[in-house]
Design a protein around this ligand. Structure first.
Ligand SMILES: [Zn+2]
Length: 150
């Protein structure tokens, strides 16, 4: 029984799980040299200090499970600023007050329309930088501490 190398397509007896440029592929020995071979997860019985690269017990057809496109983590970090509880609504009201479509606002923010919609529905917590941009473009305050108790 042979398997196909996911990189060059050659039929080989065995492939190695290899990380190549961010993707994990099952490749032949030739192609494995272009990446980092991932060892199969050690079993509980294995003690540290085992030999290098032992043949994997049986590599089933694990296809593509580890392959995942990662979007750029531009907004990975959460904002530090404390936002008003209704910040999503404030954004939408201010935008509509200016008669901007979500696309208009997205363009000004240099963001995607979907992000604007998520912001307005409160499903996306903006970063500090984005809060400042929103405040700047919409002329509003989104932070909780900007409100004075009346
Ligand atoms: Zn190959």
């Amino acid at each position: 029984m042979t398997v196909l190398c996911e990189m060059c397509g050659k039929e080989v007896d065995r492939t190695s799980r290899t990380r190549i440029e961010g993707s994990v592929l099952l490749v032949c020995a030739e192609c494995a040299r272009f990446g980092v071979v991932l060892e199969p997860p050690p079993t509980a019985a294995v003690v540290a200090g085992g030999g290098p690269r032992r043949p994997p017990p049986s590599l089933g057809p694990l296809r593509g499970a580890t392959r995942r496109s990662t979007e750029r983590d531009v907004f990975l970090e959460m904002g530090e600023l404390e936002l008003a509880p209704d910040w999503g609504r404030r954004i939408r009201i201010a935008r509509e007050g200016r008669q901007w479509t979500p696309d208009d606002l997205a363009r000004k923010l240099n963001e995607k329309r979907s992000l604007v919609l998520k912001l307005e529905s409160g499903n996306f917590h903006p970063t500090d930088a984005l809060v400042r941009k929103l405040e700047h473009h919409l002329g509003i305050r989104l932070r909780a501490d900007a409100e004075k108790p009346s």
